[in-house]
Design a protein around this ligand. Structure first.
Ligand code: ADP
Ligand code: MG
Length: 478
């Protein structure tokens, strides 16, 4: 990228709060139901109905606020944001404008080994709209209102990010955090976690920000990075060719890999925000805050730091193992149950197990190998019952059955052979059958040693204790 330019980015992230029912009605929020079977009269905005605030949505917003050390408003209110769209039958969205529930907070991101603090301006509660369906409706649009009224937490950042990479790191950080807190399932395909990216550029050294464009509704980390980079290039080109960037809303088209204008500021909506007269203000008491604070789980950064000191893990392993709470728990269970060194447990989880899960497109919670059974395998490697190589075979059996490592080692006859008598006997047969190679080795061709190891191991079906095999071979060949 052009080095005379500085990029400025602020993100607005929409996280669907994982409540059972909607933010202002009792209708279910479950994803994937038949269209229009989960929208009640309140979600549809029928005359005479009244919204009632879902306490769990408030709790989840406060949990998030506390996790980013934000100010929690003791008193906040809901506002009507007025606009017309077919997926919004009420003609307004209930949101928060003045007095949002979560105020100033912050979190740290890491990019290329450097830690940077990013400010969060606010996080407010609002309801989601319905969905327009363009497929299967030949020239028309279908409307599914199941999503109408689903609780959202809109998390608005300060314009603190200076590259697409930083924006992605921030988005990932929030994504990890909301899942750690179990306030959002983070499913981006289903739209539970999406973001708008505000992007501007300015010449290096310039103090005031440039005019920004807002790219709407990006639902993948890859697209955020691409969309921002494209937008940056477009803006630089506009300015360098003598034009001006106009404040507007743009859409990112992932098929064409470009952004295009949706509406400019002149056509921008005037939302006529005003306090919703149907809803009472929200009071968050000190008692509620204290109770929530006490129930907060260990957060990703703290867990990573603890894994490094308590388990002596390097930064990379600690990062991988704390990427989700479930994976971190899995690791701690394996260490505890096996009683083995944390390094070997970490290796098997970040190596063999993660690779197998990836291949099968499974997450750790759906792992066919439970912590107990992996611990059983690790313990048998640690006490030399099996070699690392045989362990991979045992792992395959663990993956495809419900037997324990001990049962598999027993029934498959995979126990390592350390009995020196047995190893000696096999070595003698091998040497006798390969006289020419023995001569070559004794004549100074040391590379021949590997050949003998291979032959012996083959004859022992990989079960010979490698250290013993090496030792006895050396003696016999001397
Ligand atoms: P709006 O209400 O129009 O969405 P806000 O002032 O709330 O505008 O800002 C929305 C987002 O845009 C915030 O995340 C903020 O950090 C970001 N932002 C504001 N100004 C700029 C700018 N010049 N360049 C990039 N991002 C910006
Ligand atoms: Mg906005």
């Amino acid at each position: 990228m052009n080095t005379q330019w500085e990029v400025v980015i602020g993100l607005e992230i929409h996280a669907q709060l994982a409540t059972k029912s909607k933010i202002f009605s009792g209708a279910a929020t479950a994803y994937g139901a038949e269209p229009n079977t989960q929208a009640c009269a309140v979600d549809l905005g029928f005359p005479g109905v009244l919204p009632v605030l879902n306490e769990d949505a408030v709790r989840k917003a406060v949990i998030f606020g506390m996790a980013i050390e934000a100010d929690i408003a003791p008193y906040s209110i809901f506002a009507r944001k007025n606009y017309f769209y077919p997926d919004l039958p009420k003609g307004y969205q209930i949101s928060q404008f003045e007095l949002p529930i979560v105020g100033n907070g912050h979190l740290n991101i890491e990019v290329e080994g450097e830690t940077k603090r990013i400010g969060v301006t606010r996080a407010h509660l609002e309801e989601d709209a319905g969905k327009s369906l363009h497929e299967n409706f030949h020239g028309s649009t279908g409307i599914d209102l199941n999503r109408a009224g689903t609780p959202l937490l809109e998390i608005v950042s300060e314009p603190d990010m200076r590259s697409a990479k930083e924006a992605v790191a921030y988005m990932r950080k929030i994504h990890d955090l909301v899942r750690y807190l179990k306030i959002c399932d983070g499913n981006m395909q289903e739209g539970s976690f999406r973001c708008d990216a505000n992007v501007s550029v300015r010449r290096k050294g310039q103090i005031e920000f440039g005019t920004r464009a807002e790219i709407k509704n990006i639902n993948s980390f890859k697209f955020v990075e691409k969309a921002i980079n494209h937008e940056v290039e477009r803006q630089i080109e506009v300015i360098e060719s003598g034009g001006k960037v106009v404040q507007e809303t743009r859409l990112y088209d992932s098929d064409k890999d470009e952004t295009r204008s949706m509406r400019s500021k002149e056509e921008a909506n005037d939302y006529r925000y005003f306090p919703d007269p149907d809803l009472l203000p929200v009071f968050v008491s000190d008692e509620l805050k204290a109770e929530i604070k006490a129930s907060l789980p260990e957060l990703p950064e703290a867990k990573k730091a603890r894994f490094k000191t308590d388990y002596n893990l390097n930064d990379e392993s600690a990062t991988i193992l704390t990427a989700s709470r479930e994976l971190a728990d899995y690791f701690e269970n394996v260490v505890k149950i096996s009683g083995c060194e944390s390094a070997i447990c970490a290796n098997w989880i970040t190596g063999e197990l993660s690779a197998a899960l990836n291949r099968a497109d499974l997450t750790i919670t759906a792992s066919p190998i439970e912590p107990t059974r992996l611990a059983g395998l690790v313990a048998r490697i640690a006490d030399d019952t099996i070699s690392g190589k045989i362990a991979k075979q045992v792992f395959e059996f663990l993956w495809n059955s419900s037997e324990s490592a001990d049962e598999i080692i027993e029934t498959q006859g995979l126990k390592q052979i350390t009995d020196t008598g047995a190893i000696e006997a096999i070595i003698e047969t091998i040497l006798a059958a390969n006289e020419k190679q023995v001569e070559q080795y004794r004549g100074g061709n040391e590379k021949m040693f590997g050949f003998f190891v291979g032959q012996v191991m083959k004859a022992m079906q990989g079960k010979g204790n490698p250290a013993e095999v090496n030792k006895i071979l050396k003696e016999k060949l001397a």
